[in-house]
Design a binder for this molecule. Structure first.
Ligand SMILES: [Ca+2]
Length: 541
């Protein structure tokens, strides 16, 4: 029997479909580009539109609501929406541990509502031998809250602390330690970077590297990206570019060009710093002899994020920083929360986001953003690299696949079965299909893909995608003729709408998905659930 491969799963946070160099973007990502050149790029891999539901689905091989993380981290008091991983789930780490793997995690967890309380759903209790990272979502990169090592809270260490670099340092340490202490066992590592989720924090030298790169403005840059994507074969030349978001001015009329460019320069710098870290992780694999037989997968948890951190959201993040004791910089200066065109973001004394116009660029050529299940919210780059098993280099794969398929793939390559029960608990059946046949470009066994987030919902079978932007009506798109979701064919094909919506309804029932109006009513009744309500400030922001 062949030796089981190591598996390194790298997830990042709030990055659009086309930001990476190897997907057509301006962002300098030489390490991910090299990984893609030596492996495969998938063009139709899908996350599920939001941080925590995506992580729950990725980690358990189920749909988010089945793991009880149907929305955010609050407890909404109904099955599917408890904000804490369901006890009848199995994480990838727990499953691979059964297969003899060492299991390590560095980065953002975000699948439990218990930050200070019981730790039954912290990484170590959910199968990881070694954990360093944050338990919650968005974090100040210089002084992240909820930072922990294994089960213990820790403080950021050192004057030059920066979360992206710390996640890399710890990931490198974990690989070296594994290779020294148990070189004959395979390992699974989950590296969950928070970059480029807001706030816009980056190293000044990384930002400086982008000076001038975005000066052409979003209108020109979107067209240039599309041209490169067509050239790469990622996007079909017959699909029209989605229109500029109607809330965004034509670049020629933009009044705060310097501030706007600065926002995108920082966002790009955040990704480049992550890419540099990925380069160090990959070098550690090479140095320790693990390179040939390590499966590396890279993806993002949701599409580009258009949250503007206007006054309401800025108040919320400031309030949350006050609770965490991070209202000031480490040297005592006040932090300005929110997006202010009179303040250049990037440094520790700022807390801003890149906003609608640049998220619109990040998701080129698609419509909409994080939160929605049109392509802009759910399409992600997906890079697969495994020298020992994937001999074709630099090819594209167009088979549609989604998050639960990752766990199924890992268990397949690790020759590890998915059990019916674990530690005396029944385990819900795995929802994923192994993508291994697609490595050699055979068809993927998954026939139907499903999404629901905040009432936004979609189903895809073959070339047909039925999608609804809450509280609107179903729209129907032919993904082969126009993946940019411009020509709605629902009126022309009512029988397809009827058939697909029936399949969707059966799936939603199985997964405990509530109509969004019912759930928000439930939330309103439960006004004591402050956390959830506060998060709602971001909905439709
Ligand atoms: Ca995210």
């Amino acid at each position: 029997m062949a030796t089981k491969p190591n598996i390194v799963l790298i997830l990042n946070d709030d990055m659009g479909y086309s930001d990476l160099g190897c997907y057509g973007g301006e962002v300098h990502t030489p390490n991910l580009d090299a990984l893609a050149a030596g492996g495969l790029r998938y063009t139709q891999f899908y996350n599920t539109a939001r941080c925590c539901p995506s992580r729950a689905s990725l980690l358990t091989g189920l749909y988010p609501h089945q793991a009880d993380i149907g929305h955010m981290m609050g407890n909404d008091g109904v099955d599917g929406y408890l904000g804490d991983l369901n006890p009848n789930t199995l994480t990838i780490a727990e499953a691979l541990k059964r297969g003899g793997y060492g299991t390590y995690m560095s980065g953002k967890w975000h699948v439990t509502r218990y930050v200070d309380g019981p730790k039954h759903n912290w990484p170590v209790q959910r199968g990881f031998d070694d954990f360093y990272g944050i338990i919650t979502g968005a974090a100040n990169y210089f002084q992240p809250r909820t930072l922990a090592r294994d089960n213990q809270p820790v403080e950021p260490a050192g004057d030059d602390y920066f979360l992206t670099d710390a996640i890399t340092d710890e990931a490198v340490r974990q690989i070296k330690s594994h290779q020294t202490e148990q070189p004959s066992s395979p390992f699974f590592q989950y590296v969950a970077y928070t970059a480029p989720h807001w706030p816009l924090h980056a190293h000044e030298q990384d930002i400086a590297g982008y000076k001038g790169r975005f000066d052409a403005g979003w209108d020109v840059l979107r067209r240039q990206r599309l041209a490169r994507m067509v050239d790469f074969g990622i996007i079909d030349s017959k699909w029209p570019l989605s229109e500029r978001d109607p809330r965004v001015r034509a670049w020629i009329n933009e009044k705060n060009k310097d501030w706007q460019c600065r926002r995108m320069e920082i966002y790009a710098a955040q990704i480049t710093r992550m890419d540099l870290g990925i380069g160090r992780i990959l070098q550690t694999l090479r140095d320790s002899g693990a390179w040939e037989n390590t499966l590396v997968v890279f993806l993002s948890d949701n599409g580009g994020c258009a949250e503007e951190l206007g006054p309401g959201a800025a108040d919320w993040v400031a309030k949350s920083a006050e609770k965490a004791g991070t209202l000031r910089t480490r040297d005592g200066r006040n932090i300005r929360f929110g997006n202010h065109p009179d303040i250049l973001p990037g440094g520790e004394e700022t807390y801003a986001s890149y906003g609608i116009p640049w998220a619109n660029l990040s998701n080129t050529p698609f419509r909409l953003y994080k939160h929605w299940v049109h392509e802009g919210g759910i399409a992600t780059p997906f890079i697969v690299h495994w020298p020992q098993a994937i001999k074709t280099k630099g090819e594209l794969r167009h088979q549609p696949a989604q998050l639960p398929d990752v766990m199924a793939t890992f268990l397949d390559v690790a020759e590890t079965a998915y059990p019916d029960s674990y530690k005396n608990r029944a385990v819900k059946p795995l929802e994923g299909f192994s993508m291994r046949p697609t490595f050699s470009n055979d068809p993927h066994r998954r026939e139907v893909l499903y999404w629901e987030h905040e009432g936004n919902k979609a189903i895809r079978r073959g070339k047909w995608k039925l999608v609804c932007k809450y509280p609107g009506e179903w729209e129907l798109y032919d993904m082969e003729n126009g993946r940019t979701e411009i020509q709605d064919l629902a009126g022309q094909h009512p029988h397809i709408v009827h058939e697909l919506s029936s399949i969707y309804d059966a799936w939603a029932k199985k997964c405990h998905i509530l109509p969004w109006a019912d759930l928000t009513r439930q939330k309103a009744v439960k006004s004591s659930k402050a956390d959830t309500d506060e998060w709602n400030l971001f909905i439709n922001s």
